[in-house]
Design a protein around this ligand. Structure first.
Ligand SMILES: Cc1cc2nc3c(=O)[nH]c(=O)nc-3n(C[C@H](O)[C@H](O)[C@H](O)COP(=O)(O)O)c2cc1C
Length: 185
């Protein structure tokens, strides 16, 4: 698959890191683009910021040379993780003045999978209206809401309860966490 991981300046860089760590860059083409704020917030949250996997292809925000900037070469799945309310709003309103936003626009118009992992609390009405617009345009809203029934013992395990659901929706097999009701192997 051709995969684009877009990282924005919401709290929760660990979600992006744990997702990137799960992606096999030999099996998939993995592109990464970060918003201007993403790196600064990630450095606040994790020593050294985001560690990109070997083999991932990175793109500058203003680099319209990225293949997925054109509908002729879309990715199969784009994940915005974590997704700010700002980026979510811009995508919902078709603003596409950098490569991250343009890629989301292309992903929607070419009917590929766009997964948004928003992180904000509480929501106001515009956040929810923007999510409604995105849902009606075909995006999947998968909030960064961890679950606890598996009794995660580490921050990473908590984050993985969200990342596991992202991988499920990307169609990528994984062994993160335990599935409710699954028989032990
Ligand atoms: C420490 C820190 C944490 C932030 N957390 C969030 C957040 O969880 N959700 C959000 O929507 N914005 C959050 N922001 C604000 C965004 O970073 C800011 O609105 C930025 O302009 C978003 O730009 P981007 O969407 O291009 O990344 C945070 C900012 C800082 C400095």
């Amino acid at each position: 698959m051709k995969i684009l991981i877009a990282i924005t300046g919401a709290s929760g860089a660990i979600y992006a890191q744990r997702l990137l760590d799960q992606l096999d860059t030999r099996a998939h083409t993995v592109h990464v683009v970060q918003s201007q704020y993403a790196e600064a917030v990630a450095r606040e949250e994790m020593t050294g910021g985001i560690r990109l996997p070997a083999g991932a292809k990175t793109h500058g925000l203003k680099s319209m040379n990225a293949p997925f900037a054109s509908g002729s070469n879309p990715v199969d799945v784009m994940v915005v993780i974590p997704c700010t309310m700002g980026t979510l709003g811009r995508i919902a309103h078709g603003i596409s003045d950098d490569v991250l936003l343009r890629a989301a626009d292309v992903t929607l118009k070419e009917r590929r999978k766009l997964i948004l992992v928003p992180r904000e609390t509480p929501y106001h009405l515009l956040h929810l209206k923007n999510m409604e617009l995105l849902l009606s345009a075909g995006a999947l809203i998968l909030p960064a809401n961890p679950s606890f029934y598996s009794r995660p013992q580490t921050v990473e395990a908590v984050a993985d309860t969200v990342v596991a659901r992202v991988l499920d929706h990307m169609g990528i097999a994984h062994t993160l966490g335990t599935r409710w009701g699954a028989e032990p192997e």
